[in-house]
Structures are given as C-alpha cells and as structure tokens.
Design a protein around this ligand. Structure first.
Ligand code: PRX
Length: 661
C-alpha cells in the first residue's frame, strides 16, 4: 500500500470527521451472517426464545427444562437442568465434524518463533492435561489458578479445567506475583499453573522465581505446575512443584468430558471494584458459553472456514476469556495468538503478523490504536492488510479521532468497525454494532445486541432518559451474566442490584443516549480508573502506596490522559517531611509495581501536607479531581479544614509554573 504524508492524512481524517454515520459497505452486507434489522425485533419479541435458539447451536449432553428461572432475582439461572461441557463444545465437536486439522491458533513468539496448533492438537493436549490434573487429585469444583503468558498452553490449561469441572482463576501476566498470591488465597486455589519465564521485549521475566518469593506459606495451594517455556532457571520444591511435561508424559490421551450442569461454575475472574479487595466475578457454564459464542459469531460475522481472527488482548482479562478462548473455539475459528508487545521488535510488528497470516478480523483496545497513531501510519501502511474485512475495539470509550484513524489507516475505509461495550461482569458484548446492519457513529457503541435491553436512567429516580445523560443499566437478564461474586452473595447484591432493585443491573458507567437511540458510554461512576483499558480501583492503588514505609496517607484519582485514556494521579502525604524526592517517587512507583503490577504505577505524584476530608474523615476525591484537572473547585463547605485546598492549589500552580518555565 502507498505511503501517505502526515498532512494528507490529517486532511483526509478531517474530511471524514464531517461524516456523522458510516453504513456497512454493500459488499460486506451482502455476505454478512446478519443483514436484516428485523433480527432486533424478533429477538426482543421473544428474548428467551432467541437465547434458547442460540444455546441450541451448542452440543448438550442433556437438554434443559427451563430457559430462564427468574424466581429468585438477582440470582438468575439459565438453561436449568441442561448438561454440557465447554471443552467438548470447543474441541471434540469440531474434531468429530472432520475439522481436527484446522488451525485453532497460529501462535507467534516475540522473537519470531511460530507454532500452529490444530483443533486435534488442542484436544489431545487438553485431555492429557486434564488427566494430569486428575492424577493430582484435582476435580470438579476445585479452583485452579493460571498465571501464564500468551502461549498455547494457556488455552490447554483453561480447557483442561473446563473438561474436568475445575474452576479456573486466571491472573493476567502483567499482575505482580503478590497479586497472584492474593487471588489464590481469596479463591482457596488448590493448584497453580505457571511458567518458568515469560518474554518481555527481548528480556525474560523469571515468573516462577517471582511466584516462589511470595507463595511459600500459602497452605491451601498444594500444587504448582510449571510449563517450561523459555528455559529459565527455577527451583522446584519437592512435593509441591511439578513440570507440566512430567505431569503429562504418561497421561492417557483420553479423558471423557465431565457432564456439567448449565449452572456449574466455569471460572472466577478477579476484577477491581470500589474497595481495595478485588471482586471474584463468577461465570457459569451454559449461559456463559452461549453468550460468548453467539456474540463472537454475529458481532465478528465469523466464517470459520475462511476467517483468520485476531484479538490482541491478553488472555488474563475477560476479553481474552471470551474472545480469544471460549467464543472463537466454540465457533471453530482460526485465531492468531501473539506473545509479545506491539512495539517489539519494531512498531509495525502487529501489522507484519496480520499480513503474514492474512488476518481478516482484528479486535483491539482504543489505547493501542492511539499508540499506533503516535508511532505513525507508515508502520501500518508498510504491510499489505488487504485481507482485513472487519475491525473491533473494546475496553474504554474510543475518541472519534482514533476511530477515524483506525477506519482510514488500518481498515482502508473498507472495514466496518464494531465498538463493543461490555464488562467482566457481563461475560459477553452487550452494546455493539452488528457489522452487516448497523450504521456506526465514531465514539458510540451504538445499540444493545439482539436480546439485550439497556437503558440510561436518571440517577435519582431510576426513570429512563430518552435523550440525554444518566446511568447505564441493563434491565433484562442475559445468559452470560455473572452469577455472583465468589463466596460473597451479599456484596454481589449490594454492588449491582441494590440501587434499582433485583431486576435492574447497575453497570457502574455513566452514558448518554442520543436522539437516534444510540448509546455513548462516558466512563465509570465509581472509584474505578480505566488505564489503557485496564480496570483499577483507586482504593487498591492507595493501599499499595501506603505500604511504602515513608508514606502516611494517599488518595488516588483517575486523570484524563491522551495516551492511556485515564492515568493514575496520587496525592501523597509523607511521614515527617512534606516534600518527597525523585528517589521517593521511584520507590513508591516500585512498591505499586510489586503489589499490583507495573501498569498500575502512578503517572503523577503530588505531595500534600494534608488531604481534603469531610468532617467524618472521608477523602473528597471529587475536589482532588477538580484540582488536578485545573478546574474551579466545587463545594468546599463540607470540608473539615477548608485551608487544605488552598495549600494544594498553590502547590499545583507552582508545579504548573515549573513545567511552563
Ligand atoms: O467503563 C466501561 C469500560 O470498561 C469497563 C469494563 O471493564 P472490564 O470489566 O475490565 O472489561 C473490559 C473489557 C470488556 C466498563 O464498565 N468499557 C469497556 N468497553 C467499552 C467501555 N467503555 C466505552 N466503550 C466501550 N466499548
């Protein structure tokens, strides 16, 4: 493809930005799985029937008796009485249909290593791993932690758990070992599957050694299974640690899938909420797989025989669970899996890989698109991306400029963009275009998926707002909804179902609905910060910061950031002194990296003599946000000591003068 000068590109983007709507190209619509808008009416008229039809495309060992049991809201049950196995649906079904030789994952390592894993390979390895887990005494209902990089074994580990009914608890590789420990402790995991080392931009992180440093006294963790990936040296503790290859060497290649109840847990995935303690989102078997597979098929218009699909997320997030593992495999897709960063060994690596495998569908986060914009269009345009036919985004609101750039530079104005809004809790996409039907507007996730009902309501009354801003709610159950917070039903009810009753799910996002009924998600309403599409709780970061020996108190806010959407800004009071040094800033950032992970490190630290608090001692983050963003202060009359704000304002003004000077 030809290169383009920056000026020409700017001019073309400016021209495009005058266009309000983008209709699906007729060529795309003609071949789309869904192209008739009637699907929305039909699904709405009988939404339970719509979901039952979708569920019926999976393989069930025993049929369900009731589609939805809503007699005890918000504890909904879907496909009651039905029995199935997720790994059977993701693997055996395709192999039996004669598609065993189809590639499930074109894996690509950071240094250019490649591995093609077929459905047959995955089925064999999953069964051996499942038998290996069984030989350790792991079975139905046991929790198994998974802390692995983006290597095919992560799919094997998840599917092996699903095969025997063990509940996996995957932790994103960017989280620190300390976070892994916490998640293993909360879920009382009996085993952890991890790796010797993981590739990080030309270096190798000693993952197992890091795990060892924090995990030694966790009594509930009986086994650590270690995949040898990079050959990194590590200790193996007798009686607890075993190499993956030793575990499976003599394992039988046959392990019949455990028939699971539709409502049996499939996995728990920890995510951030308003408090420092992460929430264990629990997903079950039948409804979750129905939601993941249906949305993956229709939102990506997936043709398993011809598409090469690539979701650039990490498997440790819900996006990876639903749209790298379960959705694509249930649909028999061929995917690309890449263990590496988008800028290593060079800034065009994603596009080189996409061109090499002739990717047809690409799904990523707005923050990644903004990074690519910054690096320059030439890194994209150097590669032949004519195979691409559909693009997607997820994780945070996409600014129209990034949307247009994605459309123009990556999609050559040929590929519809699906901006998909959803959450760890929803399990699958909720508000999203259907690429053969929906006219998109840059920055809007458009409309609820067929069968889903979303509203924007007035915060105080809970009444729907037809055209304007309020809180986003989902007012109809859906199959892939979270069933509870792991071992914490009370917090589940309190967090999501208290404000407007047990039939209205409170999302936690503010949103606007426009005159055409299009949804525009604005951002979180709780103390959750979205950094590069990674969800973090302010309380979680605060508690990591105060773990530093010199810190006495901290208040964290999310601040608008051009690159990462939001960035962490921390107001810190020190013990003794009031002003910290550069070394202390580094020290605090390191403490956060150790406690949570590098991605949670504060971008900005502001030293404060005191923090603005109400008379009852609650930190007023709203005022801190005003101050950090340089806005006029809101109401300060409820403060215990209003002079605190004046001092902070002086400090920010001085900081700004320094920057400008
Ligand atoms: O604020 C919304 C934002 O990400 C939150 C969910 O985060 P998490 O559970 O980590 O799941 C991310 C991947 C599904 C939401 O509450 N969010 C996600 N997608 C979008 C979005 N905000 C705007 N537009 C989106 N497409």
């Amino acid at each position: 493809m030809a290169t383009i000068s920056e000026q020409d590109l700017e001019a073309q983007l400016a021209e495009l930005s005058t266009q309000e709507r983008f209709a699906p190209p007729s060529e795309f619509r003609e071949h789309a799985l869904l192209s008739d808008p009637k699907v929305y009416e039909e699904a709405n008229a009988d939404w339970q029937g719509w979901w039952a039809t979708q569920a019926a495309s999976l393989r069930w060992f025993e049929p369900w008796q009731t589609v939805l049991d809503d007699t005890n809201p918000p504890f909904y049950k879907w496909f009651v009485g039905g029995k199935l196995n997720v790994s059977d649906n993701c693997l055996d079904r395709h192999v039996e249909a004669g598609n065993g030789a189809r590639v499930a994952f074109h894996w690509r390592g950071e240094e250019g290593e490649t591995r093609d894993v077929t459905y047959e390979d995955l089925l064999r390895d999953t069964q051996r791993m499942a038998n290996g887990l069984k030989s350790l005494g792991i079975g139905k209902g046991d929790v198994v932690g998974i802390y692995l990089p983006m290597i095919p074994e992560v799919a094997v580990a998840m599917l092996a758990c699903a095969r025997i009914g063990a509940v996996h608890n995957v932790v994103f590789g960017g989280f620190s070992a300390e976070s892994v420990r916490e998640r293993m402790e909360f879920s009382e995991a009996r085993a952890l599957i991890t790796v010797d080392g993981a590739a990080r931009k030309g270096r190798v992180a000693p993952v197992k050694a890091n795990v060892d440093a924090v995990m030694s006294d966790l009594a509930s963790l009986e086994h650590i299974i270690v995949v040898r990936s990079k050959g990194t040296e590590c200790e193996m503790r007798d009686g607890r640690d075993i190499w993956y290859h030793d575990l499976v060497v003599d394992a039988d290649t046959e392990c019949p899938p455990e028939p699971m109840d539709a409502e049996d847990p499939l996995f728990v995935l920890y995510t951030s909420g308003s408090t420092a303690k992460p929430k264990g989102i629990l997903h079950t078997t039948g409804g979750y797989l129905t939601g993941a597979a249906t949305t993956h098929r229709y939102v990506f218009d997936l043709k398993p025989e011809s598409d090469v699909y690539w979701c650039s997320a990490d498997v440790g997030w819900i996006t990876g669970h639903s749209y790298i593992i379960y959705g694509p495999l249930a649909n028999g897709a061929t995917s690309i899996m890449y263990e590496g960063a988008p800028d290593y060994p060079h800034k065009g690596i994603w596009w080189e890989i996409a061109a090499h495998y002739k990717a047809t569908i690409f799904y990523t986060a707005p923050t990644a698109i903004r990074a690519c914009m910054k690096w320059g269009a030439e890194h994209v345009l150097a590669h032949d991306l004519s195979s691409l036919r559909l693009l997607g985004t997820v994780g945070e609101p996409i600014n129209p400029k990034a949307w247009l750039w994605y459309h123009k530079v990556v999609g050559s104005e040929r590929c519809p963009i699906v901006d998909t809004w959803w959450q760890t809790e929803t399990g699958a996409m909720m508000i999203t275009p259907l690429p053969g039907i929906t006219e998109t507007k840059p920055g809007s996730a458009t409309q609820p998926f067929p069968g889903i009902s979303a509203k924007v309501v007035d915060e105080r009354t809970g009444e729907p707002i037809e055209n304007g801003q309020g809180l986003l709610v989902l007012d109809r159950p859906w199959p892939s909804m979270l069933r509870t917070l792991y071992r914490d039903d009370d917090r589940f009810v309190e967090t999501y179902w208290k404000q407007y009753g047990p039939r209205t799910y409170l999302v936690g996002d503010a949103a606007r609905v426009d005159k055409d009924g299009y949804f525009w998600v604005i951002g979180r309403i709780d103390d959750v910060v979205n950094v590069s599409g990674h969800r973090l709780s302010t309380a979680e970061v605060e508690s990591a910061i105060v773990a530093h020996e010199s810190v006495s108190e901290a208040a964290v806010i999310g601040q608008h950031d051009e690159d990462t959407g939001q960035a962490i800004c921390a107001f810190v009071t020190l013990q003794g002194s009031t002003e910290g040094t550069e070394a202390l800033i580094e020290g605090i950032r390191n403490t956060v990296a150790e406690r949570i992970g590098k991605f949670a490190r504060p971008k900005r630290i502001i030293w404060a003599d005191d923090l603005p608090k109400t008379r009852s001692g609650k930190i007023m983050r709203r005022l801190l946000r005003d101050i950090a963003e340089g806005r006029a202060l809101g109401d300060v009359t409820t403060l215990r000591d209003p002079t605190v704000m004046a001092a902070l304002q002086d400090k920010i003004a001085a900081e700004r003068a320094d920057d400008e000077g």
